[in-house]
Design a protein around this ligand. Structure first.
Ligand SMILES: [Zn+2]
Ligand SMILES: [Zn+2]
Length: 152
């Protein structure tokens, strides 16, 4: 192909004539280096998996381990919170906001007085918790600038 292109370009214009030859050489070089792996591959960390990967796990096990870790973390967090919330509501059965107005309403929500916004210390600090009924909680969350995704 190079042999064919070179003379035809030379016929079209003598100044441009060497260029196709250089490009042709460049393509050959790129193609050659493309056969070489960019990173050394390591074996997959999954027990008994012989596949090589650039990361920790091969593509198949990467998915498996990611979902494993995420669901078990989320599950542990949720059940911890559910237990803590239940215990707190048992000790504080009435809505604290309604009680200030001498109204006795059963509390159903454990609210964070200072919005925790994902801060674990604020989230689990019981002095930052207050028992509220759903109505008070909803009106509080509606009037305050809060991050929806962290509301419980
Ligand atoms: Zn694997
Ligand atoms: Zn209330």
């Amino acid at each position: 192909m190079g042999l064919f292109m070179y003379p035809s370009c030379r016929a079209a214009g003598f100044i441009l004539s060497p260029l196709p030859f250089i490009i042709q050489k460049g393509v050959t070089t790129v193609k050659g280096s493309g056969d070489m792996p960019k990173k050394p591959n390591k074996p997959c960390k999954h027990p008994g998996c012989p596949k090589l990967t650039e990361g920790i796990y091969c593509e198949e096990h990467r998915e498996v381990h990611r979902s494993d870790r995420m669901t078990s973390n989320k599950r542990g967090y949720d059940s911890h919170w559910r237990r803590a919330r239940k215990r707190f509501l048992a000790a504080h059965p009435l809505c604290e906001s309604c009680r200030e107005n001498s109204i006795l309403v059963a509390a159903t929500v454990v609210d964070h007085i200072i919005p925790h916004r994902g801060d674990d210390r604020l989230f689990w600090d019981e002095s930052n918790w207050q028992a509220l009924c759903k109505r008070c909680h909803d009106s509080k969350t509606m009037t305050e600038d809060r991050y929806q995704e962290y509301r419980y």
